[in-house]
Ligand binder design. Sequence first.
Ligand SMILES: C[S@@+](CC[C@H](N)C(=O)[O-])C[C@H]1O[C@@H](n2cnc3c(N)ncnc32)[C@H](O)[C@@H]1O
Length: 247
Amino acid sequence: MPEWFENERFWIETYPYMFDAARFAAADEQVRKILKLAGRRRGAVLDLCCGPGRHAVALARRGFRVTGVDRTQFLLNKARQHARKSRAKVEFVHSDMRDFVRPDSFDLALSLFTSFGYFDNKDDDMMVLRNVHASLRRGGVFVMDLAGKEWLAKVFQPTNSTRHPDGSVLIHVHEIFDDWTRIRNEWILLKGDKALRFKFHHTIYSGQELKDRLHQAGFAKVNLYGDFEAHPYGPEAPRLVAVARKS
Ligand SMILES: C[S@@+](CC[C@H](N)C(=O)[O-])C[C@H]1O[C@@H](n2cnc3c(N)ncnc32)[C@H](O)[C@@H]1O
């Protein structure tokens, strides 16, 4: 049975909602804050699950050597176009995040915009963390950005919807399962008289759960924040940002 994220159609149809102009415009400022948080000014960066290359391109334009990894060809093509238009040099690699490992090669690794926890087998998440740890050089930093469980528990609503400038409506249906360890999402996209339906699920991590896993994967020091500006993590924080250092 193919897993949900292998469905190229999901990424094609949801692209205008997931990666709209505002999201692209926000990437450079996010990169500035991430670099400050990680204390990195130069070097080699791994953007794991780089999608359409928002952050990879912004980093390359700041002089970093960037490798973007993603398993969705459609999004990698978008990323290549974005790099070409921006005259940025980025290495894009087509790979599953479970398979990509390049020992002692990067000073900084990124997993941004909830690109973690996708696998039915939770051991696969650990494999990803171990691969990233192995791919970092000594002193390298891994920055992760997810929706945290504490915040989800506070704001959880089983359904909500958004209307978009092209007139389409996106209905989100959410269900928590597996003892509050996973979320199942259904997105129903109403476009004219057409309805498209996509289902996907992922593991949700609390701050402590993510911290424990990063330590288990070998990271020496892990700090948690509620955003890229180093505000504290907690139920009020819309994001769970982990900054993990390899000794
Ligand atoms: C929510 S998007 C985030 C993209 C990008 N980090 C950003 O902030 O724009 C999640 C990304 O993960 C990629 N992805 C999903 N499953 C993957 C897997 N098993 N291996 C590698 N990439 C994967 C998708 O193709 C998509 O680009």
